[in-house]
Design a protein around this ligand. Structure first.
Ligand code: HEC
Ligand code: HEC
Ligand code: HEC
Length: 130
């Protein structure tokens, strides 16, 4: 005989699994883009002595739905966003989360300004940037 209670539990579990696989399937099919180098303001970064920003896109994509960031916070195009420290400190762009509440505050420069010379692994770089 079929145990209805067990069956309904099984259905709920299946439902959850389907929901999870659906999400990861989306990430898998669109998740071919790697880290993004943010260096539009390369000149000012050199002046201050910080490296270019290596934005770990995949790291964030695993944790948030695309629509959390695109396009309310960031235009979905490499090089299309004007990001700088004032904006971040004012709680916009990266600062929407890196504010000490959702994620750590933008105090430790090297956490974001971490571009290693010669690093190319999975990096999307906008050729037009300088
Ligand atoms: C935490 C915020 C955040 C989340 C979540 C996020 N992105 Fe992005 N995305 C960015 C930022 C920042 C850039 C770089 C924009 C720039 O260069 O000005 C970017 C760039 C892009 C680009 C253009 C560069 C490239 O890789 O070709 C695409 C396409 C993109 N995102 C797609 C996605 C998709 C699809 C998802 C969900 C699976 C997603 N993003 C989730 C922040 C995010
Ligand atoms: C939607 C929220 C959100 C936005 C927007 C966002 N981040 Fe994050 N970021 C997070 C969270 C959450 C973590 C994980 C924090 C932790 O582990 O304590 C994180 C972690 C990181 C890390 C560390 C990754 C690692 O390997 O530990 C870096 C670097 C980073 N973010 C850079 C950026 C930069 C640069 C931007 C803007 C271009 C940005 N983030 C925008 C939420 C966000
Ligand atoms: C949460 C990540 C994050 C942290 C932490 C962070 N930055 Fe930035 N910073 C960025 C991003 C993103 C940009 C924009 C890069 C671009 O596109 O040119 C930027 C740009 C800059 C620029 C050039 C634009 C401007 O505002 O003048 C300087 C200089 C700079 N950062 C210095 C610093 C210093 C110094 C620290 C530490 C006190 C720091 N940053 C910490 C993400 C971060």
């Amino acid at each position: 005989m079929i145990d209805m209670k067990k069956l309904s539990h099984l259905l709920i579990l299946l439902f959850i699994l389907l929901f999870l696989t659906d999400n990861s399937a989306t990430a898998a099919t669109t998740g071919q883009y790697g880290d993004v180098i943010l260096n539009k303001n390369a000149a000012s970064m050199r002046e201050v002595g910080v490296k270019d920003v290596l934005f770990p896109h995949t790291f964030h994509r695993i944790r948030f739905k695309c629509k959390v960031c695109h396009n309310d916070i960031f235009v979905m195009k490499a090089g299309a966003n004007e990001i700088n420290m004032n904006v971040i400190m004012e709680g916009e762009m990266c600062g929407k989360c890196h504010n000490g509440i959702i994620a750590w505050e933008p105090i430790e420069c090297e956490k974001c300004h971490s571009m290693r010379p010669g690093y190319t692994g999975g990096v999307v770089q906008n050729a037009k940037r300088k």
